[in-house]
Ligand binder design. Structure first.
Ligand SMILES: *Cc1c(COP(=O)(O)O)cnc(C)c1O
Length: 393
């Protein structure tokens, strides 16, 4: 036993030596603009809780009320006894919110990708996948047994060349892309992608995890942002980011949703979303439908932080969304930068190779609607202090 298990401690030691071992922080209270870690308050520039809903009293109250009525657990997979009327209500509300014919929920965004890709493709099929796609897409492609063809990140010439090369392929073809790329904050060139997919007879799927609740009117997502309703075959999303809760979404035609209900393995073999998750997600949709204010505040906070950091001499890349990468270069420098920010009361993680290309290591700042101007000013102050001390600016 001791011998055969040694590979794990060896690998962990190697990761520590090479600076790849992740230090996982523990939050001692709610997710918010400020979080408590080790008994101290930190400005939170790390979370995907874009709209501040994770600890919104209206969202929390709905979860508590629904627990009183339904309990906590679904008790089964959706296809046996795990479908409650609130699951159906959530799916109807999501379809309406997103302007799609139908929607189905999953336990997470990761599970949504594991549901869709292997259900739609199999051996002998082709998947065209952006080189910067999320890990859950990569894993789902592997599970499908289809052949994955990677195209250069958002490079429409490369995509066209690859689609063209395989235009006579005998079998299904699926193209999948992140909607918003989380490391740089750039948006997929969906109108061009949809045009090419039509030309080459390819199914289009977009994983809008970072666009859900962020892009489009009142946060209705990337399809709404580009006005492509009915033109994107599969819209995948998550309720774990802007919705502030947990859960995956797939929206599209009613045939697609019906097919996934019958075929998707994460629907058939993993239990339904829990009651408080469903309740809180319903409350999040209510708030978004009621007012576009949280989404507006998120964007104005993102614009403010980017402009301030840029004015101070930081390289904030080419983000088109509230995601604010502060590109530093070497992995160790970015890690040191993040550690120094932490000493100065700011929690913002370093992102290094292989998540981003070598030489583009960065500290990524995530703003939310929960941040006040003062919060962000304090954040900028810490970036400037550390940047000056480390010679980054
Ligand atoms: C975060 C993310 C996911 C995973 O979503 P979860 O709901 O946290 O499982 C999937 N795809 C993309 C593109 C993401 O950014």
């Amino acid at each position: 036993m001791a011998v055969s298990m040694a590979f794990m401690s060896d690998e962990l030691d190697r990761m520590k030596r090479e600076g790849l071992y992740g230090n996982i922080r523990t939050l001692e209270g709610p997710q918010g603009a400020v979080v408590k870690i080790g008994g101290k308050d930190y400005l939170n520039l790390c979370s995907n809780n874009y709209l501040g809903f994770a600890n919104d009293p209206r969202v929390c109250k709905r979860a508590k009320d629904m627990i009183d009525k339904y309990g906590v657990g679904p008790g089964a997979v959706r296809t046996i006894a795990g479908t409650m009327d609130i699951h159906v209500e959530l799916e109807n509300r999501l379809a309406k919110f997103k302007g799609a014919e139908a929607a189905i929920t999953f336990q997470s965004g990761f599970c949504a990708n594991l549901a869709v890709i292997p259900a739609l493709t199999g051996e002998g099929d082709l998947i065209f996948s952006d080189s910067m796609n999320h890990a859950s897409i990569i894993d789902a492609c592997r599970l499908s047994k289809a052949k994955t063809i990677r195209y250069e990140h958002s490079d429409m010439d490369d995509l066209r060349a690859k689609l063209s090369e395989h235009k006579d392929h005998n079998g299904k073809k699926l193209l999948i892309t992140d909607g918003v790329f989380s490391m740089d904050g750039d948006i997929a060139r969906l109108p061009e992608i949809v045009g090419m997919a039509e030309e080459f007879g390819v199914i289009v799927a977009v994983d809008d995890a970072h666009g859900e609740g962020v892009l489009g009117r009142g946060g209705r997502g990337i399809v709404d942002h580009f006005g492509l309703h009915g033109k994107v075959d599969v819209e995948i999303g998550t309720m774990s980011k802007a919705f502030g809760v947990m859960g995956g979404i797939v929206a599209g035609s009613s045939v697609l949703v019906d097919f996934l209900r019958q075929k998707a393995r994460t629907n058939l073999f993993s239990s339904a979303l829990t009651v408080p998750d469903v309740a809180a997600n319903l409350a999040a949709i209510d708030i978004m439908e009621e007012s576009g204010e949280p989404v507006k505040k998120l964007w104005s906070n993102g614009d403010f932080l980017k402009a301030e950091l840029k004015a101070e001499g930081f390289d904030v890349g080419n983000s088109e969304t509230p995601i604010t990468p502060v590109i530093i270069g070497e992995a160790q420098t970015a890690k040191d930068f993040s550690a120094r920010l932490f000493e100065n009361g700011v929690f913002a993680t370093a992102i290094v190779f292989p998540t981003v290309p070598r030489g583009t290591a960065r500290v990524r700042a995530m703003v939310s609607a929960a941040h006040s101007r003062e919060d962000l000013e304090r954040g900028v102050e810490a970036f400037v202090k550390v940047g000056g001390e480390m010679g980054v600016i």
